[in-house]
Structures are given as structure tokens and as C-alpha cells.
Design a protein around this ligand. Structure first.
Ligand code: MN
Ligand code: MN
Length: 462
């Protein structure tokens, strides 16, 4: 093919056919609905499992064997999941894998959260992931999560999402009294220990010491069967209470909480739900704990990937250690995660020849990392070339992207924990504005192109 003309439009929209644009609108309506239903990793797993179940995916431990075309799902502690479509080739030839994460930055409740001060009851929080703390002040918050009771029951909590629900909030200091605060460095102006959310203000009985807290504990017991001690075995998260919205007069963008990285989770989910009898086995992994370093038994630093492969190989009757290592090493993966879009309000942190832009397609990120590619998987060029070909052949609009200027900062993804098995892996996902904020912005054209890209990879990589 001849060299691409320099006049070729760079944006996704101009390169999309009418049917692409129509399909994109439908895809994004589903995506907005997903964002509004799913604000925690557990809610993501529930959504994925329901969607996959309705498309014929069966829980792996409920089948005895499988054959090409079979659709399987595995759940890990209700906080991570895997969907598999068995291919025609044997597993030790390798699988095609798309890995996204379903946890997002938020404010977790501490194990002893409730206290009373100055006529108000409050909940103490401990933030999860990399946040700019001031962004969590003066916005409506919803409380999501579970409380595990000593008798084994799990109580689901979701307060603040329905129109009729109350919400929570962390009040910000009024500017009139913020002279000292305003002179502080941004990183120090709001302390982690000041991120305490408003819980109530009405006493139960004015004679009691902690009468406001007492009323709230009564409410928790009556409405949810939760006692104060139960917070010790709970996983409760404050997340923004507002809904996903279309942005711009042209409605070309979506703003919502948690698009890092549920945009990739949703796009890869939609892709694998469409797969029928692929050549190589297709695997979508939806993992937890990426935002705090992929630790824990639902994060990718655990042996989760290895265990999935071992279980599949065992069921295929291939129990030898070497075949398992071969299946892993011969696999290929997309680490599906977001990148930073160039922000016209902060051009100074971007190097525009190598950073990604909103609405210019899904981003292929060869390496991430910081301080000279530290903690990065630096994808092999041979592998990237094959991905470029697959994307171009499938009409996927894509761009390259580094996270920002070399010395400014950086970030990492799960790619490095996938690469350790010897398999090829590259980062590929949507560019966001305001990543890690309560209201991240994505382009509808890009979200759709990420879905097209993941589908093309799962279907066509051999
Ligand atoms: Mn991410
Ligand atoms: Mn992140």
C-alpha cells in the first residue's frame, strides 16, 4: 500500500462510516447504562456474569469438559472474573487475552468509621488509589458495598443512587476562612484524615452522649441489620452519586465516574459476547486492585492468570507442567487500560507528537512507566506491528500515545504482570480527560473504536 496521504483526517469521526456511527451510538447508550449500574468491582462482576449468562456462558466448575465454541466464565471472590470462548486450536498454542481492571479510585470506609463531633455524625474514610483529594469535596457521594455478618450472610448496600435516596458529602471549607489553606501546596491543602463524610445531625435522645450516632446506628440496624461492629468485616466505598452524562452540544463525549478502567471492561465484554468459534481461545479478564498496585488475591500480581490456565488445561486433559507454561508463553494479550488525552487547558505537560488526543481513536501505548520507563512493559515492535495490521485491516481508528512529557510523571498498568509469562502484551485503550477524577471524559468515537479493536484482536490474532 502507498504511504498514507498527509491529508487523511486524524479524528475518529471523519473516518467512521455511517453504519459505524450508528453502531457507535448504540454501543455508547449501552455503555452509559453500564456506568450507571456499575460503580464497584463487585457490581461489575455481577453485571458481567449476568450478561454472559444470558449469552450462554456457563460457570467453569459446572461443566465437566468443553469443546470449540463453548463459552465459560470464572468468578474470583465476586471481585474479578474471566470469560472464555474455547477456540479450535489446542490451548498450548496460546490464547488471545484482553485484560481490563474493574476497580476505580474512591473513598473506602475505615473499619471503625462512625464518630460524632460538633453536633454531627461522620464516617471516616481511607482513600483508594491515586486521587486529587480536593476533587472529592462538595460533591454528592453514594455508599456502595457489602457487609459480611458473622453468621455468613452478606448484606448488599447501595445508598444514594435512586432519586429518592439520601446522599452523603464531604463539605469543603468556605473561602472566607481558607486563607491559610489556600496558601498551602495543593497536595497538602486537603489531608487524608479530613476526608470525613457527613452521616447525620439529628439526635436520638438528647440525654445520651453520642445521641446522633445512636440514631444512625438504630437506622442501620432496623433498615439493614448492621451493627457497629459489623463495619470491621465490611467493604464499603463512597463513589460519586451522579450519573453518566453526554457532554458537549454535539453530544460527542461521555463524562462519568469510573471510566478508568470500566470503559475497557465494557468494550472487551461486548467484544467477547459476540465471538463465535474463534480460531484461538479467547479470554477476557476483568481484574481488581489495579489502582493500588494489583496486589491481593483478586489482583494480577497473584497467580490468578496461571490458575485460570491451569484449570483450563486440566479440563482439556493436559496436566503436564510444560504444556501449561507453553500455553501461557504462546498467548498474546492486550492490556486494556486508559491513557491521558491531551488537555488544552494544560498543554505544558504533554508532548504532542507522542501523546494521545480525544476522538482520534483507541490508543496503542508501547510503554508506560515513569523516570525512564521504570515498571513498564515495553511491548515488542514485532508484536505491535501485528496489532497495527489487525487494526488497519478491521477499520479500527487508532493512535499512539505516551502518558505525558518524559520528566513530568508517569503511570503503570497490568501489562508487566502479564509479560512475566513470556506472552506478548501491549497496552491499548481509550484516552481520557480528567483521569481519576470523579467525572472523567471520554469520546464516544474512541470507546466504540476500543470495542472494535478488542474484537478484531480476539477474532484475528493467530
Ligand atoms: Mn487504569
Ligand atoms: Mn487508574
Amino acid at each position: 500500500m502507498a504511504e498514507k496521504s498527509k491529508k487523511k483526517p486524524q479524528d475518529s469521526w471523519s473516518q467512521m462510516s455511517t453504519s459505524d456511527i450508528k453502531a457507535s451510538e448504540k454501543f455508547n447508550a449501552g455503555y452509559i447504562d453500564f456506568l450507571n449500574r456499575v460503580k464497584t468491582e463487585r457490581e461489575a462482576v455481577a453485571y458481567i456474569s449476568e450478561a454472559a449468562g444470558s449469552q450462554g456462558f456457563k460457570e467453569l466448575d459446572q461443566v465437566k469438559n468443553f469443546q470449540p465454541g463453548d463459552k465459560l466464565m470464572i468468578k474470583f471472590k465476586s471481585k474479578a472474573a474471566a470469560l472464555v470462548v474455547i477456540g479450535q486450536e489446542p490451548l498450548d498454542k496460546g490464547v488471545n487475552m484482553v485484560v481490563s481492571h474493574i476497580d476505580s479510585p474512591r473513598l473506602d470506609l475505615k473499619p471503625h468509621p462512625a464518630y460524632e463531633a460538633d453536633g454531627m455524625a461522620m464516617f471516616k474514610t481511607h482513600y483508594y488509589g491515586g486521587i486529587k483529594k480536593y476533587q472529592w469535596l462538595a460533591i454528592p457521594l453514594a455508599l456502595h458495598g457489602v457487609v459480611a455478618k458473622k453468621d455468613g450472610r452478606i448484606i448488599d448496600i447501595c445508598i444514594g443512587e435512586k432519586e429518592s435516596d439520601p446522599v452523603f458529602t464531604i463539605a469543603d471549607l468556605l473561602p472566607h476562612l481558607a486563607k491559610d489553606q489556600m496558601e498551602k501546596k495543593m497536595a497538602e491543602a486537603v489531608s487524608g484524615e479530613s476526608l470525613n463524610a457527613l452521616l447525620g445531625s439529628r439526635p436520638l435522645n438528647t440525654k445520651d452522649d453520642e445521641a446522633i450516632k445512636a440514631r444512625l446506628m438504630n437506622i442501620l440496624e432496623e433498615q439493614y441489620d448492621i451493627e457497629e461492629d459489623d463495619f470491621t468485616s465490611a467493604e464499603l466505598q463512597f463513589v460519586p452519586a451522579f450519573a453518566a452524562r453526554e457532554v458537549g452540544l454535539d453530544r460527542s463525549m461521555i463524562a462519568a465516574y469510573g471510566q478508568d478502567d470500566r470503559v475497557s471492561a465494557y468494550a472487551s465484554l461486548r467484544a467477547i459476547l459476540e465471538l463465535e468459534k474463534p480460531k484461538r481461545t479467547a479470554l477476557c479478564l476483568f481484574v481488581d486492585k489495579e489502582e493500588i498496585g494489583s496486589s491481593g488475591n483478586t489482583g494480577l500480581q497473584s497467580l490468578l492468570i496461571e490458575n485460570v490456565f491451569a484449570q483450563l488445561m486440566h479440563m482439556a486433559g493436559r496436566n503436564d507442567y510444560f504444556s501449561l507454561r507453553q500455553a501461557l508463553a504462546n498467548s498474546a494479550a492486550i492490556s486494556a487500560d486508559v491513557n491521558a488525552a491531551v488537555d488544552p487547558n494544560y498543554p505544558e505537560v504533554f508532548e504532542k507528537m507522542n501523546c494521545s488526543f480525544l476522538s482520534r481513536g483507541v490508543v496503542l501505548t508501547k510503554y508506560t512507566g515513569s523516570r525512564g520507563k521504570y515498571d513498564s512493559n515495553d511491548a515488542n515492535p514485532e508484536f505491535m506491528a501485528r496489532i497495527r495490521k489487525i487494526f488497519d485491516d478491521a477499520g479500527v481508528v487508532w493512535q499512539v500515545g505516551e502518558l505525558g512529557k518524559v520528566d513530568i510523571g508517569g503511570g503503570g498498568t497490568v501489562a508487566q504482570y502479564i509479560a512475566r509469562y513470556g506472552m506478548e502484551v501491549v497496552d491499548c485503550g481509550v484516552a481520557l480527560l480528567g483521569m481519576h477524577s470523579p467525572f472523567e471524559v471520554a469520546s464516544k468515537a474512541d470507546t466504540y473504536m476500543s470495542y472494535k479493536g478488542y474484537l478484531a484482536f480476539l477474532q484475528n490474532f493467530i
